[in-house]
Design a protein around this ligand. Structure first.
Ligand SMILES: [Zn+2]
Length: 278
């Protein structure tokens, strides 16, 4: 059906006429605008959500799946480690203070720290090792007599049937305060202690303790605690010079005590593991 030209089509006009209509018209316009803004916001929000979902999916696909990492705690089986006995002797003690170091500290207090730290490390490395100390504090079990003192230290090692003996000391030279080396005193025919002393030196160098060292034969420097040990591998270890003020201080730093004692303990541990295993 076609529109007849004569038919009057009522034109709908939105133009407000009365005041009331004007108000209604303004309200409608306002609400329409609001609806338009809301619709735009909904569309925008939706787009953002879709975009976020796409990005998340891409990121998820690109990220490698977490691999289940196995715990790599390697526990060494020490149950078969040699159950040898090591006699550890902190030099001096009690009535005998040893040298007075450049900072006024008594040698006996420093040797005790070295001996105990050495024993602690050695026991950690090999729980089967038996550590026998000649003293563990300033209290001594021997008479206040220099000869009996040394005799009793050897007796303690004998009684424990110790396989090894090590005595810790701090060297002193009041004529030359620049000395800063360390030395090992062994019997000339004690190849075991000589080998271990060399290994201690290697370990110390690795640990960054770079000083000269020497291995001395007790036939030139008689030391009762070494000469009287008969066939037992024995060494007297002078860890450094307390007469040198810088070294006296350095030798008392915990990190250096640990470094030196650990280097010595590792040398003994490696030797024992290699030669005393059945
Ligand atoms: Zn000493």
């Amino acid at each position: 059906m076609s529109n007849a030209p004569n038919k009057k089509v009522k034109r709908v006009t939105h133009k407000p006429t009365t005041r009331q209509q004007q108000i209604r018209y303004a309200k409608r316009k306002k609400s329409l605008r609001r609806r338009r803004i809301r619709n735009r916001l909904i569309v925008l929000g939706g787009s953002v959500l879709i975009l976020w979902a796409i990005v998340s999916l891409v990121v998820h696909l690109l990220t490698p799946a977490p691999t289940t990492t196995k715990k790599t705690t390697t526990t060494t089986d020490t149950s078969n480690y040699p159950a040898v006995t090591v006699c550890v002797d902190p030099g001096h003690g009690g009535y005998d203070g040893g040298n007075i170091m450049a900072d006024g500290t008594s040698e006996k207090d420093v040797t005790l720290k070295y001996a105990k730290t050495f024993g602690k490390y050695l026991k950690q490395m090999n729980p089967n090792i038996k550590i026998v100390y000649t003293r563990t504090s300033d209290t001594i079990s021997w008479p206040e007599d220099e000869v009996e003192d040394l005799k009793d230290r050897v007796k303690i090692a004998d009684k424990a049937n110790a396989d090894y003996f090590i005595s810790f000391h701090v060297d002193s030279n009041i004529d030359d305060s620049s000395l800063n080396s360390y030395s090992f005193y062994v019997r000339g025919n004690d190849a075991v202690s000589t080998a271990i002393a060399k290994k201690i030196h290697t370990n110390l160098k690795k640990a960054g303790w770079n000083y000269d060292y020497s291995i001395q034969d007790v036939s030139t420097y008689p030391l009762y605690v070494i000469t009287e040990q008969k066939n037992r591998p024995s060494m007297l270890y002078e860890v450094g010079y307390g007469s040198n003020l810088d070294q006296a201080k350095a030798l008392q730093k915990t990190k250096n005590i640990n470094k030196i004692a650990k280097a010595a303990a590792k040398a003994y541990h490696d030797y024992i593991l290699k030669h005393d295993s059945k």
